[in-house]
Design a binder for this molecule. Structure first.
Ligand code: 5GP
Length: 179
């Protein structure tokens, strides 16, 4: 399926499921090396990161824990920049090595907010893994430790990412088609 229509918009394939699978395995292997014997906590940001987290996590071979949080800050095709509450940060994170799993870093507002929230729990370390990264869209100085794919500042859907609630189940990543 090279092209899909979701609601009123048409999207075309940008990153194939095979490319995603290969990259996810590469990142997992790097994390297996870096976090060996560190008992890290993976924290996935819902909803967008749920598929990425699942695929990454099943390739992790070192003992670790997993948890999910939610931040509601986005609707439609552009970031609102409005930060809301983080829900679900309940685990004891003091002195733990946190691996924050994001679907996409766009303006960097969400990650900046989350990093501040996580710091309050006094973890041993926090690193950011994002499936997609739009460096040209950044408005905050964000350190991306692991990025699956760097992309242009265009709207994407699929593999967990939605357009107004739809498209998360697509197995490839699609970009809004230029008309
Ligand atoms: P940021 O705070 O970095 O601007 O945006 C992060 C959040 O905005 C992501 O977690 C995601 O939910 C949403 N987002 C940013 N760009 C896109 C995009 O191209 N497609 C989709 N579906 N969501 C996006």
């Amino acid at each position: 399926m090279q092209q899909v229509t979701i609601l009123d918009k048409t999207f075309e394939v940008m990153i194939s499921r095979k490319q995603i699978e290969n990259r996810v395995k590469e990142i997992a292997s790097q994390l297996n090396g870096e976090y060996k014997d560190k008992n890290p906590v993976f924290i996935g940001v819902l909803n967008g990161a749920f598929l990425f987290m699942a695929d990454l996590f099943r390739n992790i071979e070192t003992p670790c824990e997993v948890s999910f949080i939610r931040v509601s800050s986005y609707s439609g095709t552009s970031s609102t920049g409005t930060m809301k509450q983080v829900i679900g940060l309940s685990a004891n994170l003091k002195n733990r090595h946190i691996i924050l799993i994001e679907d996409i870093v766009d303006t960097g507002e969400t990650v900046t907010f989350l990093m501040k929230e996580l710091a309050q729990h006094q973890p041993a370390s926090v690193k950011l893994v994002t499936l997609l990264f739009k460096p040209a869209a950044l408005k905050k100085p964000v350190t991306v430790d692991y990025s699956g794919f760097e992309i242009e500042p265009e709207f994407v859907v699929g593999y967990g990412l939605d357009y107004d609630g739809y498209g998360r189940n697509l197995q490839d990543i699609y970009v809004l088609k230029k008309s």
